[in-house]
Design a protein around this ligand. Structure first.
Ligand SMILES: *Cc1c(COP(=O)(O)O)cnc(C)c1O
Length: 490
């Protein structure tokens, strides 16, 4: 049976607490099949569905910690020139309990906007390990960031005077970095984000992020000579356009070429830190696989070690080629999906199975979740790997569309080979720990699901489900409308 986009991950069985290893098969480090049920760590997913209800997001604390440690180890082993800092992107999952776990693992944070800065600070992130990224920063956000002592990654020339003003007012020196827009014209392969064959180069060119290169020379000079700011480094981020590591080689070559030019313009300025963003794929990589063009891509994405190897070796050789000193240079990365993704699964229950024979055989597995709770089905054309938690070993009898409860087409997974299923069966959608809860919506006035954290054999609620009262909690009905509708006769 096939799990890693339809091919089992070959991961050695981890040590378990006295269980019969022969009765247990592993899907990955967190997921196993035991007693004919799907388990996450030492917890039966069917028991989770019974106890907490469905739909339900479930996150493995142990897997999140393993991923965090894998990032630290992979980059620290390969970057000896200076410190390594991992700044997980909180937009992938802003559950505060998860942020506390990452803080405990010593991780910094990539934030976007005032509420993510608040999430990072509430999650205990040391301010000097926060990068306040993003375009269109308000003066208030910049003021909060400077007051907290967070680093600000400047996205446009407009932001520098706002930082200087806040620093001056608060009597502080603000640390800033510059988000650059290197020339990525070489990246001519299509981005996985689009069904049309738009190149990565074109997609990045039209993406708003970063300081236009025409502005950056003057801006950097001002920052370097300013008493109110300390220009510590540079930043670049490519989202997950394609899974292969080669993309980072091109990105780093273009970045360092731009850096070399800036260094000449800025009297030999050298960055103390280089932040290379995120965009690393999850291993089973669901992104784009609903697109006909990518439906047949079956290989696993690179490992964290593969990404670390490509990044550190390219960075070292490009800096060397341009004679840019690297001694003490801090390397930062901002994983989002690759850190949270495979730590999470989403559980749903089968409500009904509906069939139609003519004009074309059709089987709909009606579940109690929706693409509105797994929105990357729509946004990034994700095709989720599915395990039937109640009968993981049952053989497929043919394809079925797993559909959801919203009024749209709401095909959560199309044409999935599935066994005979009944009302009450539990489905698990894998690799849903990043971005799904964070971008779920209340379409159809649906209350969003709870999140449960699993640690060994324990399970705790870390985010309660919304109630119908929550859904209508922001509504305000003017008294005259209440009175009018109450007195209306039908
Ligand atoms: C979204 C984002 C990330 C994380 O992206 P992933 O594809 O989830 O790894 C990192 N850095 C910045 C600036 C981002 O906007």
């Amino acid at each position: 049976r096939i799990y890693a986009y339809k091919g089992a991950l070959d991961i050695p069985m981890r040590g378990t607490r006295g269980r019969d290893l022969r009765a247990m098969r592993s899907i990955d480090e967190a997921l196993t099949i035991q007693d004919d049920h799907l388990f996450i760590e030492d917890v039966d997913c069917v028991a989770l569905a019974n106890r907490f209800g469905t739909p339900l997001f479930v996150v493995s604390e142990d897997q999140l910690r393993r991923n965090a440690r894998a990032f630290v180890r992979a980059f620290e082993d390969r970057w000896r020139e200076g410190p390594v800092r991992i700044l997980p992107s909180i937009k992938a999952n802003h559950a505060l309990a998860l942020r506390h776990i990452l803080t405990d693992e010593g991780m910094g944070c990539d934030t976007f906007g005032a509420s993510e800065l608040a999430a990072a600070l509430r999650g205990g992130v040391p301010p000097d390990l926060i990068s306040v990224n993003g375009s269109g920063k308000t003066a208030a956000l910049i003021g909060d960031a400077v007051a907290a002592g967070a680093r600000i990654t400047i996205d446009a020339a407009r932001e520098l005077p706002l930082v200087e003003e806040a620093a001056h007012r608060l009597g502080k020196r603000a640390t800033v970095r510059l988000r650059l827009r290197p020339d990525l014209s070489e990246l001519s392969e299509p981005t996985d984000f689009s069904g049309d064959e738009i190149s990565v180069a074109e997609a990045t060119r039209s993406y708003k992020a970063g300081i236009p290169t025409d502005d950056v020379i003057a801006l950097g000079r001002k920052a370097i000579s300013s008493d109110d700011v300390d220009l510590s480094g540079i930043h670049v981020h490519l989202p997950r356009h394609r899974p292969e590591t080669g993309i980072y080689h091109h990105m780093i070559r273009a970045l360092v070429e731009l850096l070399a030019e800036l260094r000449r313009e800025w009297d030999g300025w050298v960055p103390r830190e280089i932040d290379l963003g995120g965009g690393f794929a999850v291993r089973r990589d669901p992104t784009g696989r609903l697109l006909p063009r990518l439906a047949h891509r079956t290989e696993l994405a690179p490992t964290i070690g593969d990404y670390a190897e490509a990044i550190t070796s390219s960075l070292r050789s490009e800096l060397d080629r341009h004679d840019i000193p690297v001694d003490g240079l801090a390397l930062e990365v901002e994983p989002g999906r690759s850190l949270y993704g495979n730590a999470g699964i989403h559980l749903a229950r089968v409500v009904n199975v509906k069939r139609e024979a003519l004009p074309k055989p059709q089987r709909w597995v009606e579940s109690d979740t929706t693409e509105m709770f797994l929105p990357d089905s729509l946004i990034e054309h994700n095709r989720w790997n599915v395990v039937v938690a109640t009968r993981p070993d049952a053989g497929p009898i043919g394809p079925a569309d797993i559909v959801g409860i919203s009024c749209g087409f709401d095909v959560v997974v199309p044409s999935e080979p599935l066994p005979e299923l009944d009302e009450g069966d539990v489905l698990a959608f894998l690799d849903t720990g990043a971005y799904q809860d964070a971008s779920a919506s209340n379409f159809n006035a649906l209350p969003r699901p709870a999140t449960v954290l699993v640690h060994g054999g324990e399970a705790e609620l870390i985010k309660r489900a919304e109630t119908i009262d929550d859904v209508f909690g922001r509504d305000m009905i003017p008294a005259r409308l209440v009175a009018a509708s109450a007195s209306k006769e039908f």
